[in-house]
Every structure is written in C-alpha cells, then in structure tokens.
Design a protein around this ligand. Sequence first.
Ligand code: URA
Length: 246
Amino acid sequence: MNYLGKVPVGRVLIENNIVSQRSAKSFVKANDVLVNGVKVCDAGFLVDCSGDEVCVNGNVLPRVEHVYFAFNKPAGVVCSTVSDSHKTVYDFMRENKKISKILMERSLTLHCAGRLDCDTEGLLIFSSNGTFTNALTRPENNIEKTYLVTLENSVSSQEQNEYIRKINAGVKVPAEKKSGEFTARGAKVVFRNSTLCEITVTEGKFHEVRRIFGALGNRVVALKRIKFFEFELGDLKSGEFKEIHL
Ligand code: URA
C-alpha cells in the first residue's frame, strides 16, 4: 500500500463515530489506541485501514476494504455528478454492473481524484478512500500528471527547444473568464513529432495544459491524460474501468 492510501488514525476514529473532529487529538493522547499492538499518542499517525489493526481501549475496529479504479474518460463526458447536456463519469459507473455490485454490497461511495475537462479524455482515478483521492489532488504533494497533447500548429525543431525551455521554467498564463492569471509551475515536455508532445505537470490549475500552450501561441486540439501518479492508462479502452490493487 502506498503512503497515499494511508489515513491518520484520528480520521479512522472519526469515521467509526468514536470521536468528533475536534476531540480526536486529545482522545488519542488520553486513551489506549493501539495500531498493530503498538500504542500511538499522535492522531496524525498513518494507518492502512484495510491492513493495519486499530484497537481502541480493548476493542478492535472493523477494517475497511477500500476499492480503487482507473477509468478511461471519453471526450465529451463531464466529471460532475449531474449534467443536463452531457453524459457524466458517474453515469458510466452506474452502468457498470460489476462496480455497482461492489459499491452496493460493501456500502461504499467512490470519489474521483480531481477532474478532466469535458473535451479531455484519458485516465481518472476513483476510490472509496477519500484520504487517498484528496492526497492525489493536493498541489503540495507534487503529484505528476502526464498528458498527450495534439497541437494545431506544427512546431519546428528549433521552436520545440523554445517550448521546452519556457515550459520547464514556468509559463505565465493570462487570465480567462473563470480564472485569473498565474505562472505555471515548471513542467517537463517531450515532443514525439511536430504536433504531438507529452507534458508532465504537478499542479491542477483550471485548463492548465491548454492555457500553457495557448500562452505560447499554439492551440491544443486534443488532450489525453496517459499517466497519473504511478498509474498508467495503458490499453484501458475508452469508457471502461479497471480495478487497481494497491
Ligand atoms: N489541463 C487542461 O487544460 N485540461 C484538463 O482536462 C487537464 C489538464
């Protein structure tokens, strides 16, 4: 289990209705909280809630068997829960009999780690472990996301070097309707040919990849996420889910 799949022991106690958010810290200090038989005093101590045994004042807490899925989002599908105009990723989830059965039988809800624009296709990660999906989206965790970018205008070898240099250094991105200007964190770029490249970013600013190339005077005509953290899209078909075992 990766550290991102771990949960502070205080959160485990909150989810088991043993303490409130406010009293978790003092409760762990003042009570007998054991993780795999060893007493912990820090509510922030990380536990793998499907593997580690948590025992509170002599009572062993039930283990939560979290589930993790990769999904290949098609373009034209939105990441929101409801939409009048587009199919949502949650529609795909409901239509998937295997996933619906797992969620119903185990009373789990899936959270999506971040979003992709309606026009962007590719890898999304879902999990019942909200701590895990939150950790994947927190900018300070510097989680790498790699996109395959198709550009409208062909970029010569010399211009490719300029793009790489500027994007490595951090491009200043102008404001657009829903979002102010920002300087993108330096990112890696590898050109596959004059209109196709891979970019690896570590933040998730609104329309970030499209706006980085827009700021350089080009236009992204197709965008596909092929890697997110340690997970790769691989040969997962468009519109399909695959269970991940951490
Ligand atoms: N950057 C974008 O511009 N769009 C996405 O969907 C993801 C990253």
